[in-house]
Design a protein around this ligand. Structure first.
Ligand code: BDP
Length: 704
């Protein structure tokens, strides 16, 4: 299949209501009627003659044909005609340059004039590339781009673009806010839910090529024969969509399901157990991707239980999958209770010395920031620090710390901020990932998908899945353009509605940071479930699970000193980055309290005292949500009524929560600052005791 010049040619010679009524199930693939008469004739013509040079009855080609039929009928009410007429060889020659420019997964789309007819040629190096190209063409139709001038060359720069499901065997989803797990292990392998197919299609449409279907807090049962049969059935569904399946590996599996007395990675019986297990899996699933491992973190077993290093553990499993070209993705999310070291520093301290000690097929997966998916984090210092070890950037799409499924938060700007962060004078995080010194690199997103009819809970949450995929394909994509694409494919073509929704989405991230954790505050959410404010939290038996550990408020001021006078975590960054953040008077204020313990009277760049600025920013966050509500109201008549109402209700919850965050946090911090709220500032509805008395034992996403 490799490097075979395959292509489709679609001929063209030369669609209603603006908004779409939908329950969200179709995601961005609803193929709504195009309301552009001048372009419609062109579009329809495209479907009047489609030629595939690939004569094989390939499953991916079948999917492409089905998708083209579905889209043509839905957007233009035409049935596509698949022809057998061969095409002019000179035509193909004219796309040869584009073809040469793409990589293994890429595609090229070009409109060529041939005998006064326009023809669109899509070419790729394999069938899955062609599928990506078809989705790109359909996207461009939904964006109403002019089909007579198409000239797209697109290749992903990251080889691994994957979702990580934190889905349990009993179908609960850790940090899931959209229902149960879509993977029904009870009815698999015999029952193939249509959801699996639609899920694979949605992922392929944005270029995702891998999925880990099991929780990082792993269950060894998934590696038993009965479950592997189920995994095989899913792998077969995903394969024609170019998606490889991966599993999480529980490090103690040889003991739990293998009757061994140890899981020591240097023990020969243990090694043999994993090698046999790998063979068993690859016999069933020849293109099995490999394992994702969370080891010696938050109670998970790992090589350190046997005084071995993370490299010893990773390499042992990597050896087992190597004969089948499998990979091991080893998570750097480790921190130990025993170590009194600043949690910020622990992953770097642990992994940096292991650079060069991992096998070639091991990748280290690093969360975007050093703590844990906070609303805003500086980038993780491990990016760029390991030059001999392939790295995977892990984002959390599910909104564990970002308002879960009741807050409208578009994560595109957050993803972009991390990707564009400079790791040194010459390179950003994305440039580092795009030019992997160690050959491989990737991006993972912790999925926000569940059995809710619209897949992701909040009707806007699916934009985060979409944005993740589009950025994993091309980290240079802009969050704003991605939002625009998603809106036009999902909500409406009406310009006012599109622009208004885009404004709401683009403002939402910054608003959320302001009403939750402004100026670099972090990890001050409710214990366990992480919903709502709890800056006073001080009761858990691990220091670094308690909010007070992170904000360190006292009579003098607030913030974690991570400079040379404090934990010196800042020294883990390149000097270029250190210079940006090491001085409290010049530090980028969005990270101020990440790196500095500053006085309540610290003078901010705008002249305000820190205390007043904290109050203003919390309040701006609240005002921002009010503004989102106002804008949403303005498009009431251009949006389907049910959907409009649904989002209105959620925005009302978001406003209530934003006010709660502001009032609870400020009253608590006020007990240290001993300063009044600025003049004219809204007074809290309740006293601090009230906020401290709230508890949510059944908040979602926290069960096992
Ligand atoms: C934290 C989550 C926890 C996960 C952990 C992880 O609260 O449920 O198990 O991350 O990434 O954010 O392993």
């Amino acid at each position: 299949m490799k490097n075979k010049f395959i292509y489709i040619v679609l001929f063209l010679i030369a669609a209603s209501k603006f908004s779409y009524a939908a329950d969200g199930y179709d995601l961005w693939l609803g193929y709504h009627k195009i309301n552009n008469p001048s372009l419609n004739t062109h579009y329809k013509k495209i479907f009047s003659s489609i030629y595939f040079n690939n004569k094989q009855k390939n499953a991916t080609i079948k999917i492409i044909k089905n998708e083209l039929s579905l889209a043509a009928k839905s957007m233009f009410e035409v049935n596509p005609v698949f022809t057998n007429d061969n095409i002019n060889a000179s035509l193909l020659f004219r796309i040869d340059e584009n073809y040469k420019a793409i990589n293994e997964d890429g595609y090229a789309i070009k409109t060529l004039v041939n005998n006064s007819k326009n023809q669109i040629v899509i070419t790729a190096k394999n069938e899955v590339g062609l599928l990506y190209g078809c989705f790109a063409l359909l996207r461009s139709m939904q964006m109403q781009e002019n089909p007579s001038t198409l000239n797209i060359i697109s290749s992903p720069s990251l080889k691994i673009r994957m979702l990580n499901h934190w889905d349990n065997i009993n179908r609960t989803v850790e940090r899931g806010y959209a229902g149960n797990s879509i993977f029904n292990w009870h009815t698999l392998p015999d029952y193939i839910d249509k959801r699996y197919i639609d899920y694979a299609k949605a992922n392929a449409s944005i270029g995702i090529n891998g999925t880990v279907v099991t929780n990082v807090n792993a269950n060894a049962l998934f590696l038993t024969p009965a479950y592997l049969d189920k995994v095989k059935a899913l792998a077969e569904v995903f394969r024609p969509y170019g998606i490889k399946i991966y599993l999480t590996a529980r490090f103690s599996a040889p003991i739990e399901i293998g009757n061994l007395t140890t899981a020591d990675p240097l023990d020969t019986k243990v090694k043999k157990w994993w090698a046999d297990k790998a063979k068993e899996i690859y016999d069933l699933i020849p293109d099995f991707g490999g394992f994702l491992v969370k080891a010696n973190s938050e109670g998970q077993p790992g090589p350190q239980n046997y005084n071995r290093s993370h490299a010893d553990g990773a390499n042992m499993i990597a050896d087992a999958v190597a004969p089948y070209h499998g990979i091991v993705i080893w998570r750097a999310f480790v921190y130990s209770n025993e170590t009194p070291e600043d949690r910020f520093k622990q992953a770097f301290t642990e992994f940096k010395p292991l650079d060069g000690k991992f096998n070639k097929n091991v990748l280290v997966q690093i969360k975007n920031g050093p703590i844990d998916f906070q609303p805003r984090e500086p980038f993780h210092p491990l990016f760029g620090a390991m030059t001999k070890t392939p790295e995977v950037l892990e984002f959390q799409i599910t909104q564990e710390y970002l308002g879960q499924s009741t807050h409208l938060v578009y994560e595109g700007p957050m993803f972009q901020e991390v990707l564009e962060s400079k790791i040194n004078a010459t390179q950003s995080v994305m440039e580092f990932l795009e030019n992997p010194v160690a050959g491989l690199s990737g991006m993972s997103g912790v999925a926000n998908i569940g059995t809710d009819i619209n897949w992701c809970g909040h009707p806007f949450a699916q934009a985060n899945w979409y944005a993740f995929g589009r950025l994993a394909w091309n980290p240079h994509n802009s969050a704003k353009d991605i939002a625009n694409e998603w809106i036009q494919q999902t909500w409406s073509q009406d310009k006012k509605a599109v622009d208004t929704i885009q404004n709401i989405m683009m403002a939402s991230y910054e608003n959320m940071v302001k009403y939750m954790t402004p100026i670099g505050l972090h990890h001050i959410m409710g214990n366990g479930h992480h919903y709502g404010p709890m800056p006073w939290g001080n009761t858990l038996n691990r220091a670094d699970w308690n909010p007070v550990y992170y904000h360190k408020s006292d009579a003098y001021g607030i913030g974690f000193d991570r400079t040379a006078t404090g934990s010196n975590a800042i020294a883990q960054f390149d000097p270029f980055v250190q210079n940006q953040w090491k001085d409290s008077s010049t530090c980028d204020e969005k990270f101020l309290l990440w790196f500095h313990h500053v006085s309540w009277n610290h003078k901010m760049k705008n002249g305000n005292s820190l205390w007043n600025e904290l109050c203003y920013q919390y309040n701006e966050g609240v005002m921002g949500v009010r503004q989102m509500q106002k804008q949403w109201k303005q498009i009431e008549t251009s949006i389907d009524q049910d959907q409009h109402h649904q989002v209105s209700q959620l925005l009302a919850i978001q406003l209530k929560d934003a006010i709660w965050w502001r009032d609870a946090c400020l009253q608590y911090f006020q007990t240290f600052s001993n300063q009044p709220l600025p003049k004219g500032y809204p007074l809290p509805a309740h006293d601090l005791k009230y906020y401290q008395s709230l508890n949510f034992p059944y908040a979602p996403g926290n069960g096992k």
